[in-house]
Each structure stands twice: as structure tokens, then as C-alpha cells.
Design a protein around this ligand. Structure first.
Ligand SMILES: [Zn+2]
Length: 401
């Protein structure tokens, strides 16, 4: 990429690129000092208590700083995880900052700024594919990928020069199904960029091994207060100290799974300032050490809404049981979904792989989920949302949810 093009990425991009590079050599003490200075300033302004979505909804002005339209605008969180939240953000700076960190994460898959991407992430438009010159990215519209269009899609994709595939973990496999496994293996995919939702470590590693393609994976959330990348050394998630501050606090009431809530403090100086904000996401606190000093969680257990009720009536985060499965389990299936139709019972929808050992699938899950009755259903496909995403967990239970 040329210097002129990179200059277009803007001053906040370069400031954060510099911060990322510097913070790589910080010790745990350096990180603490950097974060504490900012946290103390925010605590003086907003208090030091943990805040929740409802605080920002009922008193948006309380957390607002430097709201200067048109330099600031309203951002709304997605509606898939409950009622959306509207907040104010810096129009230019936020995007530039975001890019600095995402590009750093994507570099793990070999990506360099302005490399060609094919995006299959729910950017719905009426054409099958649309080119975005500024992003150097082709956007494939999931809703346009009807049976009648698949021939065109395959023809188009097979003529592309080497590219990075930018997906949700759950839409990656939809994309492979759409273009066909055989063709997909022949495509010059340089790497996969898959974030914004859970990607079980075992499934991710199987994909890398099976297809010989590296995957960059990360955790972020719609309020842009903290961001973590999945580490190749420990398979855990490290939070960038210069992006925002992440705390892992015990879930309340403390549950048997030992899960932690992800509490996020944004270091953004313009717009809504999220201060010790309960993201509603859950993580498993890290065990052991990693050479990387950034704050770490050993896995992200998913949205706290992805919670099932076991036979004893206890609530449990599904991600903890499923995302940690390693080994050959993932070789036996193409897709998976858990449906809670009544408390104490989960219906497991499985799209088996051609060589699937169904007994092993059932044995593995029964072994990991002894606290709930499991029913298995083998299907040819799992229904997707309009954006190509498949949900890991669906609750149809009439019981308390
Ligand atoms: Zn690590």
C-alpha cells in the first residue's frame, strides 16, 4: 500500500498505531500505570460504580462529553441482544482508531492495510456483489445469495485475485456451502478475518488445519469500549490497554461456572463515555500465564443472554460448555445449534460431516453437559438470519428465561 493511501487513514489511526507498537513492550506495571491515570480521571468525573445499559438509556447526557455535531453522530447497537442502545460517537476519530486495532489483529492472518477483502457479513444490498473502492472490498449481499444466483456467485469468486475473506464465524461456513466445498478449496483465500461473535477454539483450529488458511479472530462489542484479540500462543483473548480498560468481575449472583462479567471503560474522549460498563458479555478468567502482558481471558463465553436452564433450574452460559471443546469433535460436524424447548432439556441440531461418527458427537456433548437432558436431531441445514448468521443458541422455553 502506498504512503498516500495510508495517509487517508487519518491522524487517530497513526496515533493508535504508535500506541499499539509502544504498548507491546510494556510490563504489567506500565500497563497498570497507563490505565490507572485514565481511570482515575473518569472516576472523578462520573463516579467509580459499575454502570449498566439502563444508566446510559435513562441519563444519556450524564455520560456525554464534547458532543459537537456534525463531528459526532448517533450509533445504535444491534438489536439481536435485547433492546438496542443509542449513544454518541466521534464520526472520524472512532473509525480511524477502530481501524488501527483491527488492522493489527488482522495482521495475524497476513493482512496489510488496503489488501483486497471479500466481505460476507450481513451488508445487505440489492446487488449480489458490490465493490467499495475506499475499503478495497467486495461486499457479498447474503440476502441476494438465492439458489438462482449461486452459479453467478461461483463464477465471479473463481475469477478473483488473492483476497482475505471477512466473515462472522457463523457465516464462514455458510459462505463455503454457497460456493461449494470443492471450489472453496481452490480459491486464493489468503486468510480469514472472523470476529464479532464466538468462534470455538476447536472449530477454529480445525478450520485452519483442514483448509490451510489462517484465521484472525477477536472480541469486540457494539459500544466500542474494549477490544481483545485471540492469541495464537495461549488461545485466550488479550485486551488492548490503549483501546480501553477491561475488568473481569465475578458474575452476580456468583454461579457454579466461575464466569466473569466483562466490565469495559472506554478511553474515547469525544461522545458517550462508557465507564465501568457491564457489557453483558461473559468470559472465563485466564489460568496460567502468557508471554503477552495484556489483560487476558481464557475464553469469551458469549452474550449473557445465551444462557440455558439445567435440570436443577440453574442458569448456565452455553459458550463455556461448547467453546472449549477441542480435538476431533469438530471433524464430525458442519454446523451446530442448541435449542432450549423446556427447562432442563436442550435439543441439539447437528449438520453432520460426511464422515460423521454420530455416537462420538453425542458422547462428547453428553459428557460435557451432564446437567441437562439432550435430544439430537440430524439436519441438512440450520436456518440462518437475513445476514447469514446462525445463532448457537435459541430459547423456545416457556419457563423463566
Ligand atoms: Zn496469550
Amino acid at each position: 500500500m502506498t504512503l498516500a493511501r495510508e495517509t487517508l487513514l487519518g491522524p487517530a489511526y497513526f496515533r493508535h498505531r504508535g500506541l499499539i507498537a509502544r504498548s507491546r513492550s510494556w510490563t504489567a506495571d506500565d500497563i497498570r500505570r497507563y490505565e490507572q491515570a485514565r481511570l482515575a480521571r473518569l472516576a472523578r468525573r462520573y463516579g467509580a460504580g459499575v454502570t449498566s445499559k439502563s444508566d446510559y438509556r435513562s441519563h444519556p447526557e450524564r455520560f456525554l462529553r464534547w458532543d459537537l455535531p456534525p463531528l459526532t453522530h448517533t450509533v445504535r447497537t444491534g438489536g439481536t441482544s435485547g433492546q438496542p442502545l443509542a449513544f454518541r460517537a466521534d464520526v472520524l476519530g472512532r473509525r480511524q482508531k477502530e481501524r488501527a486495532y483491527l488492522f493489527d489483529i488482522w495482521a495475524d492472518a497476513g493482512y496489510a492495510p488496503h489488501d483486497l477483502r471479500v466481505v460476507y457479513r450481513g451488508n445487505v444490498h440489492d446487488q449480489l456483489v458490490r465493490f467499495d473502492r475506499l475499503e478495497n472490498a467486495w461486499n457479498v449481499s447474503p440476502s441476494a445469495t438465492t439458489e438462482a444466483q449461486l452459479g453467478t456467485l461461483r463464477e465471479w469468486v473463481s475469477q478473483l485475485p488473492p483476497f482475505f475473506l471477512h466473515v462472522y464465524p457463523s457465516s464462514l461456513f455458510t459462505f463455503i456451502d454457497l460456493v461449494g466445498e470443492k471450489l472453496f478449496r481452490r480459491l486464493p483465500v489468503r486468510g480469514v478475518l472472523a470476529g464479532s461473535e464466538g468462534f470455538p477454539a476447536g472449530e477454529r483450529l480445525r478450520f485452519e488445519r483442514d483448509y490451510g488458511i489462517r484465521v484472525a479472530h477477536w472480541y469486540g462489542h457494539s459500544e466500542y469500549a474494549v477490544l481483545a484479540y485471540c492469541c495464537r500462543r495461549c488461545q485466550g483473548f488479550h485486551f488492548y490497554p490503549t483501546y480501553g480498560h477491561a475488568e473481569l468481575l465475578p458474575a452476580s449472583p456468583p454461579d457454579a461456572d466461575g464466569l466473569s462479567r466483562i466490565i469495559a471503560t472506554s478511553f474515547n474522549r469525544i461522545g458517550t463515555q462508557f465507564v465501568r460498563y457491564d457489557t453483558g458479555d461473559l468470559a472465563v478468567a485466564a489460568q496460567g500465564a502468557c508471554a503477552d502482558q495484556f489483560t487476558r481471558a481464557s475464553s469469551i463465553a458469549g452474550r449473557s443472554q445465551e444462557v440455558f436452564t439445567d435440570l436443577a433450574g440453574r442458569k448456565r452460559a452455553l459458550g463455556t460448555y461448547v467453546f472449549g471443546i477441542h480435538g476431533t469433535f469438530w471433524d464430525h460436524l458442519r454446523d451446530l445449534q442448541f435449542v432450549q424447548d423446556e427447562p432442563g432439556r436442550l435439543q441439539v441440531l447437528v449438520v453432520p460431516s460426511p464422515s460423521a461418527d454420530r455416537a462420538e458427537i453425542e458422547r462428547t456433548l453428553e459428557h460435557r453437559l451432564p446437567m441437562v437432558r439432550l435430544g439430537f436431531e440430524y439436519v441438512t441445514a440450520i436456518e440462518r438470519g437475513a445476514n447469514g448468521k446462525r445463532r448457537y443458541f435459541v430459547s423456545r422455553s416457556a419457563g423463566p428465561s
